[in-house]
Write a protein that binds this ligand. Sequence first.
Ligand SMILES: [Zn+2]
Length: 91
Amino acid sequence: MPDLIDDYFQPGWRTRTVECAACEWRGDSRDMSLQPHEDLSEYLCPRCEDILLVVRHPDLARVREAAAAGHPEAIGQLALLEEYLQGRPGS
Ligand SMILES: [Zn+2]
């Protein structure tokens, strides 16, 4: 079973060592292969492609909340999101 990361902005999940149950590969998310989807991202074992981590994407309210709390990545994302929302045709 992959680990579900429910809160994208929780500290530590990127650098936490995970062991693959299928092939015993060990490493953290930076060494895994990333498969982004609309609502979540999957991190796959680089050796056997088992899914090791599932990370739910934050919604705009959650990004705002984390940015307000001073999370540097959230602040960056919020800037991008707002630029995107403002740049949308018809708005
Ligand atoms: Zn594996």
